[in-house]
Design a protein around this ligand. Sequence first.
Ligand SMILES: C[S@@+](CC[C@H](N)C(=O)[O-])C[C@H]1O[C@@H](n2cnc3c(N)ncnc32)[C@H](O)[C@@H]1O
Length: 325
Amino acid sequence: MPRTAGPFVAVQHAPHNAMDDPREIERFHDRCSDLMRELLDGLAAAPDRPRPFPEIEDAIGWPHRRIASVLGGASRMRHREFGGRRPYRFLGPRESASGRWEMWMDDLQARAVVEAVLGEQKDYYRAVAAEYGDHAILFGDAGLPAVVDTFRPAGRVLELACGPGAWTPQLLRHADSVTAVDASAEMLAIAADQVTDKRVRFIHADLFAWEPDGRYDVVFFGFWLSHVPLERFEAFWSLVGRCLQPHGRVLFVDDAYRPPDELVYGESSHFVRRRLNDGTAFRILKLPHTPAELERRLKELGWQVEVRSAEAPFFWGAGYFQTRT
Ligand SMILES: C[S@@+](CC[C@H](N)C(=O)[O-])C[C@H]1O[C@@H](n2cnc3c(N)ncnc32)[C@H](O)[C@@H]1O
C-alpha cells in the first residue's frame, strides 16, 4: 500500500499529527463518535482532495459549522488516546486555494477507513441474518431467476457471498455440485437449514482473504458485487479468475437500490447506513453500478461480460475471461 501524504506536503498544518498507520486509523474510527465517523466516511469518499469545510458539509448533507463542532468534540479523545494524532490532514487559510481552512484524507487514510467499513459490513450481515427477509427489496423477481435458468450454471458451481442460500436451490437445478462461501456463520446456518442437498458444500470465509481449493465451471454471486469497494474491485475479479476453469463462466445479479434514508454520507459516497429492526445502525458499502460502467470496468480487466438491466433497479452480468479460446 503506497504511503502518500497527499498534496501540499510542505505547507500542511502540523503534518506530523496526521496518522499514517492503518491500524491506528481503524482504531480511531472504532473509538470516535458517530458524527466523527460520518465525517471520516465523507472524507474517505474523496481521498486526496482538500476541500473547505462548507463544501465537505454540503457533500455529506450536514449543516454548515458542524465540522468545527465535531472536531472540537473529538479533541479530548484524540489527545488522550492518540497523542493528538488524527486520521486526516489540514491546510491553513494562508496555504489553501480557497483562503479558508481545508481538510482531507490521503489515500492511505481513506483505505484504512474502507477496511473499517468492510469489517462493519460483515458485522451487519451477521446481525441482520435472522431478519434478512424483512429487509429484502420488494420488486418481485424482476426476471432474475429466468436469467439464471437461461445461463444454465452447469458442472461445478461456486457461489460467492451465498447469504441464506436464496439462489442455491436454483443453481442446483443445473449444477452437479455447489460450493457456497459466506463470511457470516449466521447466514450459513440458515442456508444449511434450508438447503440440505448433499451436493452442496458450505464454506465460512472472508472473500477478501479466501483462496479457492479448486477450479469451477461457473462462479455465481447474487447481490454481492455492489458491496465490493472500488479499491478491491480488481483484486476481487482476479479472485474470480483464479476460481474458474480455463473455459469457466461467471454470472452475477445485483441492484443499485440506495434509498434516500440510507444516503447519510451523501449521494456521492459509496457508504450507506443500514438499520436493523431494533434501530441499530451499521455502515456498509453499496455502490450504484450501472450496466455500461460495469461492462467498461470489466473489459479493462480483460473480462468479456455482458451486463444488462433487468426491471429497475436490478441488473445482471454474464461472461468469461477474455483470453479463452
Ligand atoms: C446482500 S447479501 C447477499 C446474499 C445472497 N447472495 C442473496 O442474494 O440473498 C451479502 C452477503 O455477503 C456476505 N458478506 C459480507 N461481507 C463478506 C465478506 N467479506 N466475505 C464473504 N461474504 C461476505 C454477507 O454475509 C451476506 O450474506
